[in-house]
Write a protein that binds this ligand. Sequence first.
Ligand SMILES: O=P(O)(O)OP(=O)(O)OP(=O)(O)OC[C@H]1O[C@@H](n2cnc3c(O)ncnc32)[C@H](O)[C@@H]1O
Ligand SMILES: [Mg+2]
Length: 347
Amino acid sequence: MPEAVQIRRFVPDDAGAVIALWQACGLTRPWNDPQRDIARKLAQQAEGFLVAVQDARIVGSVMAGYDGHRGWVNYLAADPALRHQGLGRQLMAAAEAYVASLGAPKMNLQLREDNTGAALFYERLGYRRDAVLSYGKRLVLDGAAPPPAPLAQTLVLASRNQKKLAELQALLAPRGYALRLVSEFSDEDVEETGESFIENALLKARHAARVSGLPALADDSGLEVAALGGAPGVRSARYAAERASDAANNEKLLHALAGLPEAQRSARFVSVLVLLRHAQDPVPLIAQGFWPGRILEAAQGANGFGYDPLFYVPELARSAAELPAELKNRVSHRARAMHSLLRQLPA
Ligand SMILES: O=P(O)(O)OP(=O)(O)OP(=O)(O)OC[C@H]1O[C@@H](n2cnc3c(O)ncnc32)[C@H](O)[C@@H]1O
Ligand SMILES: [Mg+2]
């Protein structure tokens, strides 16, 4: 049986094994020389650099420090072969105890935006996403230059739905995009006459680009319920009636599925995003995202909008309306479509 994991201070002889561990965990970057990062830490609060050891092998690391305002944690690494055994949690507890002993009132950390696995890990430890943008300026370059961050660019959002605006804004702000609503430029309503999400998204985006003169983003989305042959689908917003309220749509859906057992209540949210550089853009960027789940027998939760209170997400064991906004925005159909759209944008 392997011996229990011990957490102790880093010593210089650990460097080779620690760097190999960081590389195995994908934590190193060409512009950050790990040797120099270790040397920097040994010169500043060296006792906040901890390693986890099992059977004389380095299986984990964490670097913690206090800048006089906040505690910070970096280089949390756990041997990939020991995942799900509480090692990351143990290292974070040690890092928190260290910065708390120095008097830090709060611990901060930074994650790459697409690192959903790590985000869920920190949320389970009680961390919450702060409503801040993280800025940085490199003072010393160890190696190759990092890719340049995009400068702020304004897009018009072809939507009248404020909840969509909030979700899309949160997804785009970290990438340097600001959104303005099409209602700033025109009161005209676009009829969503398309047979597909793509056609409707294109209609909305073209109109917004035309009236604003700006590049335009549109989302056409909806809920597809298997037992209803994919309905309400592209008609999700007007399922109960033209301009129906969310409550009326939800009631109609519950009625349509009344008496159906759980196994026959599967559904998915769909989001199709279209980005046009200008109204005549012949090559729109298009991305779609899906979010599988099932329809509950009664509404649960008060967050989100539309069908969220009836949409149960099995992996999170909650309805979409019970998820904090930032969590919905990491796993939803819209988030998935946005990640795919962002991958198509030039860096
Ligand atoms: O067309 P715009 O002005 O963007 O706003 P809308 O609300 O009419 O949006 P859609 O035409 O795309 O219709 C989508 C409908 O699908 C539902 N829907 C889409 N995304 C959803 C989400 O994240 N949560 C819950 N319901 C959603 C909701 O009822 C929306 O009204
Ligand atoms: Mg609409």
